[in-house]
Design a protein around this ligand. Sequence first.
Ligand SMILES: [Cu+2]
Length: 141
Amino acid sequence: MRSIRSLFPIVAAAVLLNGCMLFAKPPQDLDYSRTRASEGGFYRATIRPDGDSIPQGKLQRWTLHLETAAGVAVDSATIAVDGGMPQHGHGLPTKPRVTRDLGKGDHLVEGMKFNMGGWWVVKFSVAAAAGRDSVVFNVKL
Ligand SMILES: [Cu+2]
């Protein structure tokens, strides 16, 4: 018969797996809109994933459309990308970044990837003429 001690690694593994795979449901009032106002109200941003869907476990490109609150396209901006799963305490598995200005407020984001199902957040930190601000998108996979 197995001793309790020999079962410990199995129990520990099960606890770890539960922590990442079977966590509590996300908050009910999350806004999953693909167009959102920035936290400070300076900008309005829209995400357009390639193919209009967000697959699990695949690298993909997004277009981030950025305008001021007044609706003027923002082309010259420094944009950083961050994100993760708030309920799992981990970040994105890749380091996505804006690689190109496409004009008319559109910015190419390469290296997006979500390696598991659940609630993700993606945050764009924007520095441009209108000010520094950030915009957060909720993504459900
Ligand atoms: Cu996770």
